[in-house]
Write a new protein. Structure first.
Length: 96
């Protein structure tokens, strides 16, 4: 993700290049581009959605195969609830 710090760093880099450029047109172009990077940095700072959020926890595939552990021994399996609601008999259960 592009951050305001990244944009300011690019702007500073371009300003440095503009100072040592021999061609006035090149120098002016580099300064304009630096201004754009600075404007982008300001835009990122003002955007409420650009603030960093902690990443969502990632469940590895091995974790997905195991049922989540809960402290409650009265947990109901989704398949059992669906069978009951759909009025399926035990003979309709998938064989494992």
């Amino acid at each position: 993700m592009m951050t305001a710090e990244n944009c300011r760093s690019k702007a500073a880099e371009l300003l440095g290049a503009a100072e040592v450029a021999r061609d006035p047109k090149t120098s002016a172009s580099l300064r304009r581009t630096a201004e754009l990077w600075t404007a982008l940095a300001l835009q990122i700072e003002q955007n409420p959605y650009s603030r960093r959020h902690p990443p969502a926890p990632v469940r590895r595939p091995a974790d997905l195969a195991e049922p989540r552990k809960t402290g409650n021994t009265d947990t109901v399996h989704v398949a059992d609830v669906l069978r009951e609601r759909l009025q399926l008999s035990d003979s309709d259960k998938p064989r494992s």
